[in-house]
Write a protein that binds this ligand. Structure first.
Ligand SMILES: [Zn+2]
Ligand SMILES: [Zn+2]
Ligand SMILES: [Zn+2]
Ligand SMILES: [Zn+2]
Ligand SMILES: [Zn+2]
Length: 268
């Protein structure tokens, strides 16, 4: 959690006075303790030889605006240096408003540089925010405003997924997934073949007679899957017993898979 702090400014204005003869009163320089004859500076209730009013840090003369702390006087930059008001990011001194995060100080503009930006609105993320599986960070309140992709669960926005589209069966799909989406029954069967080959290279063989696959809409999937259906379900496998004899039972598997899914989803 970052907080914004205002720099404590203790600025005072110098009064430059001509010597005024105050009868019976001599003016003593606060710096050198000697009497001031001629021009002097009055700072608060203290007097200085004009060239004795210097920065306690760099010993150079001070301008009309300066910092004062414990009867010591500083340039604002020197004061920041003395007090350790340095920005963790640019290493330069902080002379006005700054942010504190993890006990470290930052210029406001530097803090903007290092803090994460919302992927949706590009504003700085402060405090708690959402991060999706893919590392996209955004303000949690955006989650109510955008649909989620039914394949990858990303928020469908221009910046995260380059938008997306709605299928007629009510699903929303992001454009990343849609770019690879498969509707064609031929390609779906092709993928089954590919997976079958992969499995058989691993020593698992499935005969094609026992297994079939078809791409369906979410509405159709809901129908075949019945009670097994829920929003995250992308496919359903129906198993039927073909023949049973004493030595073995043969099954047929019918796979229903949502069409319009990316190839990677279908394969799994
Ligand atoms: Zn002096
Ligand atoms: Zn100085
Ligand atoms: Zn900085
Ligand atoms: Zn945002
Ligand atoms: Zn997606």
């Amino acid at each position: 959690m970052a907080i914004s702090v205002n720099y404590i400014r203790i600025l005072q204005l110098v009064l430059m006075l001509n010597v005024s003869i105050i009868l019976g009163q001599s003016i003593i320089c606060f710096s050198c303790n000697k009497e001031v004859e001629g021009d002097y500076l009055k700072v608060g209730n203290k007097y200085f030889h004009p060239d004795h009013f210097v920065c306690d840090y760099c010993k150079k003369p001070l301008p009309a605006k300066f910092m004062s702390d414990n009867s010591k006087y500083y340039h604002s930059e020197c004061y920041a240096e003395v007090k350790g008001f340095k920005c963790e990011y640019c290493k330069k001194v902080i002379t006005n408003e700054y942010m504190i995060s993890n006990n470290k100080k930052y210029h406001k503009s530097c803090f903007e540089q290092i803090s994460p930006k919302c992927k949706v609105c590009e504003k700085t993320l402060v405090g708690t925010f959402s991060v999706d599986y893919y590392g996209n960070k955004y303000h949690s309140y955006h989650e109510n405003k955008f649909p989620r992709c039914t394949c990858c669960n990303r928020l469908i926005t221009k910046s995260i997924t380059s938008g997306g589209r709605d299928y007629s069966d009510g699903r929303s799909i992001c454009n990343i997934c849609f770019a690879d989406a498969i509707f064609d029954q031929g390609r779906i069967s092709g993928l089954l073949e590919k997976v079958r080959n992969k499995l058989s290279s691993m020593g698992i063989s499935i005969s094609s007679a026992q297994i079939s696959i078809s791409g369906v809409s979410q509405i159709e999937l809901k129908k075949v899957a019945g009670d097994y259906f829920s929003d995250g379900v992308k496919g359903f496998c129906e198993t039927n017993i073909l023949t049973t004899n004493r030595s073995q039972t043969k099954y047929s598997h019918k796979i229903y898979i949502l069409n319009g899914l990316p190839a990677i989803n279908l394969e799994s």
